[in-house]
Design a binder for this molecule. Structure first.
Ligand code: ATP
Length: 140
């Protein structure tokens, strides 16, 4: 079945949303194939978000993503990539609260930057992001 990378970002861990997010994940039919708590350093966060390196918000994004531990999970399910993106809602958590009130970002995010969760956005990025965190330990 399809796998995607989900991440609870530092603000999500700090504010104790982990259990509520995991409940939504399991209630939505995902299997948590693998999970790990880790701390991104500057190089790691810059590499993970390399596609945004020329954006004005890049340095702020790296500061945010290195501000504390993150919980990364490999979620498995039919159509996992698109279904997880739909579940987390739009990038701007403040907007999500009005337009997608049941989304995870509406539940635990704060604004356009501090949006508490991440999800791979394509069939190309999912395996790349999974091996970024779990490289070598994945069997399938
Ligand atoms: P993610 O890749 O984390 O799942 P996304 O695909 O919804 O989020 P991207 O456009 O890839 O959004 O941006 C990556 C992350 O950079 C966002 O999740 C958010 O934390 C931050 N970000 C995006 N746009 C802005 C912005 N204009 N100002 C500040 N931070 C931003």
């Amino acid at each position: 079945e399809e796998k995607t990378l989900a991440m609870i970002k530092p603000d999500g861990l700090f504010s104790n949303h982990t259990d509520a997010i995991k409940k939504v994940i399991l209630d939505s039919g995902f299997h948590i194939f693998e999970e790990m708590i880790t701390q991104l350093n500057k190089d790691g966060a810059s590499s993970f978000y390399a596609e945004h390196s020329s954006k004005s918000f890049f340095s702020s994004l790296i500061k945010y993503m290195t501000s504390g531990p993150v919980l990364v999970m490999v979620l498995e399910k039919e159509n996992a990539i698109a279904d997880w993106r739909n579940l987390i809602g739009p990038t701007d958590a403040r907007k999500a609260k009005s337009t997608h009130p049941h989304s995870i970002r509406a539940m635990c995010g704060q604004d356009l930057e501090k949006n508490c969760v991440h999800g791979s956005d394509s069939l190309q990025s999912a395996p790349r992001e999974i091996s970024f965190f779990f490289g070598g330990t994945l069997s399938g």
